[in-house]
Design a protein around this ligand. Structure first.
Ligand SMILES: Cc1cc2nc3c(=O)[nH]c(=O)nc-3n(C[C@H](O)[C@H](O)[C@H](O)COP(=O)(O)O)c2cc1C
Length: 188
């Protein structure tokens, strides 16, 4: 698929069927993460979760926050949309106590995070695999060491971002360019 087609076809998908992407497809998506622009001084880790029990624990942790009456935002459920594969990017967040430049380093870290997640979503789309970035279960892990452990996040790391992948039977819209999303200034 041409890159331009990939860009319009990538769409956050919230309904998945039971078909599990093959190991080869999953590896290609992981390789796309590894091909992202990554600054070398961050400590990062990827967890590829297909274990339903682990996913259910994460859903329960997310429900405690996003199902509460004072939820920061209401999100559709289930939070992982029954997708068969959940990929979590975790990393070591820089700490002011250890590094006076922690904020600067963390700003740099989060840029890497965006690149890595986007590369995976674009590669998934190119392979005919649907995806959705998922923050609900990432936020939920902040207060849930048990979930962090079962999804294989290394000691001292935090979940930074995640994406679900799988196949859908729903018709997918082609996205269009919406100039109002980001004003642009051309300086010539
Ligand atoms: C940082 C980030 C966090 C997101 N978290 C969630 C989430 O927790 N649940 C969800 O359904 N979608 C989530 N999304 C998907 C956005 O809602 C989606 O990208 C946005 O609505 C634009 O739609 P599009 O991706 O189809 O263009 C997230 C996207 C980003 C970039």
């Amino acid at each position: 698929m041409e890159l331009e087609q990939v860009l319009v076809k990538r769409v956050s998908t919230r309904k998945y069927n039971a078909q599990v992407p093959s190991d080869e497809i999953i590896q290609k998506i992981i390789n796309a993460a590894l091909l992202a622009p990554i600054v070398r001084f961050h400590k990062l880790h990827l967890s590829v979760v297909t274990n339903k029990e682990a996913m259910n624990l994460a859903e329960d942790a997310a429900e405690k926050i996003f199902g509460a009456p004072d939820a920061p935002v209401k999100m559709p459920k289930p939070y992982l949309y029954n997708a068969p594969v959940w990929i979590i990017l975790s990393g070591k967040i820089h700490n002011e106590a250890e590094n006076p430049n922690a904020k600067l380093m963390n700003d740099n870290l989060f840029w890497n995070v965006g690149s890595i997640i986007e590369n995976m979503e674009l590669q998934a789309t190119a392979l005919g695999v649907s995806s959705c970035g998922i923050n609900t279960t990432v936020v939920a892990m902040r207060n849930s060491p048990k979930v962090k452990k079962v999804v294989g996040i290394p000691e001292g790391y935090d979940a930074l971002a995640s994406v679900v992948i799988g196949y859908t039977d729903s018709p997918l819209p082609e996205r269009t360019v919406k100039p109002e999303l980001i004003p642009v200034t051309f300086v010539k």
